[in-house]
Write a protein that binds this ligand. Structure first.
Ligand code: RIB
Length: 301
C-alpha cells in the first residue's frame, strides 16, 4: 500500500505561443482547468498503475471537485481533510513545444494536520510506502512516523529546496530528483550521488531517460526514455514518480518498474493536461508490448 502525503492543486492551464520573459505580457491561445499538484498527480499515477493508494492531504471549501477526480482514478481519499483555507492552485503556462513554467499558491497544502497523518498511517504495515513531495507542510513529521512503523519512505524533491532535502534525508529509502536538482544536491553536499546516504536515488533526465543509483551496491543503471513528440510535459515527472513507486510497492524489480514509468511518462507528454493526461496500466503495457524488446544498459560501478 502507498500512503501519499501530497499537494492537491487546481491547475489553471494556459497554452501560449511562447513562455513570457520578465516584464512581458503574452496572450493565451487556450485555457483550461484541471486536477494537479505534484501530490495528487503522483497518487493518480500510482493508482492507475494498479497500486493501492491512500492520499493524505487538505483542500478548502472549493476542493470537492478535485477530490472527486482523484477518487475516480482509484485513489482512496478518506484522509483528505477539509479546511477553511482555500485549495491550492497553480498557474501552468505551456508553450508550443510542450515546455512549461509553473507558479504555485500553496493554500490548504500547508495546513496539514499531524493527527490526520497519524490516523492514516495507523492502517500501515511494515513494507508499505510513504510518498512525499515538497508542496505540503508536515513532511518530516510524516517521514518520522512512517520510519518508526517500518515503511519505506520515498521523497520526490520538487519543487527543489536543499534545506527541505537535508531535513528529510535521514528518513529516506528512495530519493527522486531531476538532473538539475541532482547537480545542486551533489554540490551542496559536496559528494557524488553514490555517496549520498539514501539506499536508492532515482535521477530523471527527461528525454535522456533516468538513472537508478543503488548506493549500497555502488551501482548505477541507466534507462532510456521513449522518443515521442511532446505537446505538454507538465506532470511528466509526477507520472514517472507515481508509476515507479507503484511498481516498487508491488514488488517489481526496479528495471521493470522504471520501464513502465518511462512508458507512462512518454504517453502522458503526448496529451494536454496534468492528472488527466496520465495513462492507465493497460495502455502502458500495450505501448511496451509494441516496442522491440530491449533491456537497460549494463550496470556501471
Ligand atoms: O508537476 C506538475 C504540477 O506542479 C502541476 O500539476 C502543478 O499543480 C504543480 O504542483
Amino acid at each position: 500500500m502507498i500512503f501519499n502525503l501530497g499537494s492537491i492543486n487546481a491547475d489553471h492551464i494556459y497554452t501560449l505561443p511562447h513562455l513570457p520573459g520578465p516584464g512581458e505580457t503574452v496572450a493565451s491561445v487556450s485555457f483550461s482547468t484541471g486536477l494537479g499538484g505534484k501530490g495528487a498527480n503522483q497518487s493518480v499515477a500510482a493508482a492507475l498503475a494498479g497500486a493501492d493508494v491512500r492520499h493524505i492531504g487538505a483542500v478548502g471549501p472549493d476542493g470537492e471537485g478535485l477530490i472527486e477526480r482523484m477518487g475516480a482514478a482509484g485513489v482512496d481519499c478518506t484522509h483528505i481533510m477539509r479546511t477553511e483555507i482555500p485549495t491550492a492552485h497553480a498557474i501552468v503556462m505551456v508553450d508550443g513545444g510542450g515546455e512549461n513554467q509553473i507558479v504555485i499558491h500553496s493554500g490548504a497544502n500547508m495546513a496539514q494536520d499531524a493527527n490526520v497523518i497519524t490516523n492514516a498511517l495507523a492502517a500501515a504495515s511494515p513494507g508499505d510506502w510513504l510518498l512525499l513531495q515538497n508542496e505540503t507542510s508536515h513532511q518530516v513529521e510524516a517521514a518520522t512516523q512512517a520510519r518508526a512503523l517500518g515503511l519505506n519512505v520515498a521523497y520526490s524533491a520538487a519543487p527543489f529546496d536543499m534545506q527541505a532535502v537535508e531535513a528529510i534525508l535521514p528518513y529516506l529509502s528512495l530519493l527522486i530528483v531531476n538532473r538539475v536538482e541532482a547537480g545542486q544536491m551533489t554540490e551542496a553536499l559536496n559528494r557524488p550521488v553514490l555517496n549520498i546516504p539514501v539506499p536508492n536515488i532515482l535521477v530523471t533526465k527527461g528525454a535522456a531517460g533516468a538513472d537508478w543509483y543503488d548506493t549500497r551496491l555502488l551501482q548505477t543503471v541507466s534507462f532510456p526514455a521513449f522518443p515521442v513528440s511532446p505537446v505538454d510535459t507538465t506532470g511528466a515527472g509526477d507520472t514517472f514518480a507515481g508509476y515507479a513507486v507503484a511498481g516498487l510497492s508491488q514488488g517489481l524489480l526496479p528495471q521493470t518498474a522504471l520501464r513502465r514509468a518511462a512508458a507512462a511518462a512518454a504517453l502522458a507528454v503526448q496529451r494536454p493536461g496534468t492528472a488527466e493526461a496520465i495513462p492507465a496500466l493497460q495502455e502502458v503495457l500495450g505501448f511496451l508490448d509494441q516496442l522491440p524488446k530491449k533491456g537497460a544498459s549494463a550496470p556501471q560501478s
